[in-house]
Design a protein around this ligand. Structure first.
Ligand SMILES: *Cc1c(COP(=O)(O)O)cnc(C)c1O
Length: 392
């Protein structure tokens, strides 16, 4: 066999591989490890969705290839949800496309728009897929630093005019992973104006749109005036309904972008299992949706409060995030890198958190705690942390 393609060789080392090795070592030494690293919900998918799936799996009509453009009733359910939740009208035919998880669409959108030599604007720190998709398509990622002093929003004015003019895509993600930051409607308006000015497509990753606290409800980018003319928004059922393993999400917004994604996907995959699309429809249309989400938000909010309070007591200058199930905190002084701090924490306390560097250069100096373990374990984790480190 000859060597692998450059796109495989150029891939950065998998962020969690090194940590996984250290975790295994710690566990072999008999340390009780508490994993606050990966953001994968710890609770099951709600029963009402599982029951629908069980029925749909048994229906032979669902055993054939799904329609390329997606199951119409699922697309209608997504459009309905956008009308209810965001006051945004979507045409299910041309402005909604089911995805095999939103990551799939986020990775593929670069193949639809980015030619070799083109630039995509990518937030740093950020979900690695924006940059990797860009790289795979042969494009170049221009990093937009997300700095604390700017509320972890990119500073559009700092992007060189020439770069902005060349850019094809601008990736955004609010509520934000890893920083927990949220965006205001004003910021979205400024982004829309910037996109019109530079004729680029905004790719908004809205994976955490329903994970928000204290009565805060994150806006869709499509609520912005003219938003649908400049934006494709990626939604996911993964975090909203504890469905990470089911692989279902969707893209909505600018019809020409949805159409490009559709054309790309028809040539690569054959869509999502029809039963999963029917289960997804149930997720959004069943009257149990809202009570379920209320409980989900309350659960993460209680966990958030445990972690934020403990960190504040230990000296961290920290505000409670208004959304996502992450707490993004600065590394105390005395550690050279976020990775060094994370290793120290694991060795001293058995806690696994994610080094900020894993999300990009500007993640250095921070670490991320995922609120995906129950309250009792989280309290235990915070006691251990308080016993071992303080913020200086
Ligand atoms: C979890 C997550 C997703 C969701 O991915 P799926 O493929 O829909 O499971 C997308 N973006 C971000 C930032 C995430 O953290």
């Amino acid at each position: 066999m000859k060597n692998t393609a450059e796109r495989i060789r150029l891939l950065p080392k998998y962020l969690f591989a090194e940590i996984d090795k250290k975790v295994k070592k710690a566990q072999q030494k008999g340390i009780d490890v508490i994993k606050l690293g990966i953001g994968d919900p710890d609770s099951p998918t709600p029963d009402y969705i599982i029951r629908r799936m069980q029925e749909e799996v048994a229906n032979p009509a669902n055993h054939t290839y799904p329609p390329d453009e997606g199951v119409q009733s699922f697309k209608e359910a997504v459009a309905d949800y956008y009308r209810r939740r965001h006051g945004v009208e979507l045409d299910p035919e041309s402005e909604v496309m089911p995805l095999i998880g939103s990551k799939e669409g986020i990775a593929h959108i670069s193949f639809c728009f980015t030619d070799p030599g083109d630039v995509n604007l990518v937030p740093d720190p950020g979900y690695p897929v924006y940059g990797i998709g860009t790289l795979f398509a042969g494009g170049e990622a221009y990093e937009m630093p997300l700095l604390e002093e700017n509320g972890f929003l990119p500073d559009l004015k700092s992007i060189p005019a020439e770069t902005a003019r060349r850019a094809k895509l601008l990736f955004l993600n609010y509520p934000n992973n890893p920083t927990g930051a949220v965006a205001t409607p004003d910021f979205f308006e400024a982004v829309a104006a910037f996109a019109r000015q530079n004729d680029l497509l905004v790719c908004h990753d809205a994976a955490y749109s329903e994970i928000a606290f204290d009565d805060y409800r994150p806006p869709s980018f499509l609520e912005t005036a003219g938003g649908k003319d400049v934006c494709i928004e990626f939604g996911s059922l993964s975090k909203t309904f504890n469905m990470t393993g089911w692989r279902i999400g969707y893209a909505v917004g600018k019809a020409a972008a949805v159409e490009a994604l559709y054309r790309f996907k028809t040539n690569i995959d054959s869509g999502l299992f029809k039963a999963v699309q029917h289960a997804g429809l149930e997720a959004f249309t069943n009257p149990q949706m809202e009570p379920f989400l209320k409980e989900l938000r309350e659960k993460y909010q209680r966990r958030r409060d445990i972690v934020v309070q403990a960190l504040q007591e230990a000296g961290w200058p920290l505000q409670a995030p208004r959304a996502t199930f992450y707490v993004w905190a600065p590394v105390p002084r005395g550690f050279f890198t976020s990775e060094e701090f994370v290793s120290h924490l694991l060795e001293e306390t058995g806690l696994v958190v994610t080094p900020g560097r894993g999300f990009g250069r500007h993640g250095e100096g921070y670490f991320r705690i995922a609120l995906t373990v129950d309250e009792e374990r989280l309290k235990e984790a915070m006691e251990r942390l308080q016993g071992a480190v303080e913020y200086r």
